[in-house]
Design a protein around this ligand. Structure first.
Ligand SMILES: Cc1cc2nc3c(=O)[nH]c(=O)nc-3n(C[C@H](O)[C@H](O)[C@H](O)COP(=O)(O)OP(=O)(O)OC[C@H]3O[C@@H](n4cnc5c(N)ncnc54)[C@H](O)[C@@H]3O)c2cc1C
Length: 384
């Protein structure tokens, strides 16, 4: 099943991850602490700047290199959630920023000096219906004044910059609901305590996610990315890469559960024989392998389309759906065959089980993907 793509990257990431074993992740998970040492090691090794062009100090590789990095982190038992957005959030600046913005920020993002890994879209009342966001940025001379609220904004406390989606024209005043939104780069170093409040949300996983409150936060107008009013389209544009990369993390999770499940099934003896000698234990693992392998092919397919600059929205969505369901099935079967030990923290199965569950909800929930396929691919009537 193993991919052959980017074997040298995979080996190097696996070597790095071996320095951060289950014990490391368990300790952080218990106390909900950010994996600073791990993120620093990835940064120093250059793995978080694979997508940044060489002229800005990155390695200028394609999306496949980034999928290899994230898959291997997850296969090793670790979690890329603490820093995966440092790999792709900069895409918004790279694709839509001005030459000055690129020159000012991208080299620092490539070196890791600037952490650009907060992405502020979701709001408590709008939910998935992004055109209903109400966080508003009012132009005032050469500044924007921001008021509103965001929720589930991950890594906000560990970011120097945030890509923030706001309304700059009320929904009622635009022709299409997706117009009138804009993207601003917020410098968190200046903003916290000067109009921005960050409140951490404790969740079932260690994900450093937060709630943000904007109270007359003033941001220089030069921090606008691209054109005012076009922000929704810029954000949509980055979503394919995000979905493919998250799908790669799910593939890594799936392989983790298959590796651990197979090893345990061979080792654990009950009724005088290995539990893996029973077909009742073998078949669910075999099925998980089939599902993870099929999902991995869809991830590869979506990645190839993305790298060839071809439309890949549907494929990226399908890859994310299949991979998140395959990893969850593998997680459930792996936990089951571990019996009581599956619940013991020291085996890491329960932690990874919790972690991989997220991906059926974020960054986009399964129903919304099914709705996309139903209406955009099958031509069924729109339901909303
Ligand atoms: C740990 C974590 C980290 C996150 N990080 C970020 C981040 O960094 N930045 C950010 O902007 N967001 C982030 N999110 C938000 C995430 O993208 C959303 O939670 C996700 O998109 C689902 O949106 P929602 O929670 O508003 O669900 P809702 O939109 O409230 O939907 C609730 C449920 O109803 C279903 N549903 C809604 N409408 C329909 C419909 N028309 N038909 C069928 N089913 C429907 C959905 O599929 C879902 O299952 C994060 C979330 C979590 C939990």
């Amino acid at each position: 099943m193993d991919h052959v793509s980017h074997p040298e990257i995979r080996e190097a990431v696996a070597r790095l991850c071996a320095r951060f074993p289950g014990e490391y992740w368990r300790g952080l998970d218990r106390d909900r602490v950010y994996p600073t040492e791990f993120v620093n090691a990835l940064t120093e090794a250059g793995f978080l700047s694979v997508l940044i062009p060489e002229e800005y100090g990155g390695s200028g590789l394609g999306l496949g290199a980034a999928t290899a990095v994230l898959e291997e982190i997850h296969r090793s038992g670790g979690n890329g959630g603490a820093c995966h957005a440092q790999i792709y959030t900069m895409g918004c600046v790279l694709r839509h920023g001005s030459p000055e913005q690129k020159a000012r920020y991208l080299p620092g993002v490539a070196s890791g000096e600037i952490r650009l890994q907060a992405f502020g879209v979701t709001e408590p009342t709008a939910g998935t219906d992004t055109t209903r966001i109400s966080t508003f940025a009012r132009r005032d001379g050469d500044r924007y004044i921001i008021n509103g609220q965001k929720i589930w904004i991950s890594r906000a406390e560990h970011s120097d910059l945030m890509v923030l989606l706001v309304r700059t024209t009320p929904r009622e005043e635009v022709k299409r609901a997706s117009d009138g939104m804009s993207v601003l780069l917020v410098d968190m170093r200046d903003a916290v305590g000067a109009g921005l409040t960050i409140r951490p949300i404790r969740t079932m996983i260690n994900h450093a996610t937060t709630e943000l409150f904007f109270d007359d936060l003033s941001v220089p107008a030069e921090n606008l990315i691209g054109e005012e009013g076009r922000g929704f389209h810029y954000i949509l544009d980055g979503m394919n890469a995000e979905r493919i990369l998250i799908a790669a993390e799910c593939i890594g999770d799936g392989k983790f559960f298959l590796d651990r499940g197979s090893a345990y099934a061979k080792d654990r003896k009950v009724f005088g024989r290995a539990i893996g000698e029973n077909q009742g234990v073998q078949f669910p693992l075999a099925r998980a392998h089939v599902q993870v392998s099929a999902a991995a092919l869809m991830v590869d397919h979506a990645t190839a389309l993305f790298e060839a600059d071809k439309p890949c929205g549907t494929e990226a969505n399908m890859a994310k759906l299949l991979a998140s369901e395959a990893s969850w099935y593998a997680a459930d079967q792996c936990l089951q065959l571990h019996g009581g030990f599956g619940f013991a923290e020291e085996y890491d199965i329960e932690r990874k089980f919790r972690e991989t569950r997220l991906y059926q909800v974020a960054p986009i929930s399964t129903n919304l993907i099914l709705s996309h396929v139903a209406t955009h691919v099958l031509g069924l009537p729109k339901s909303f």
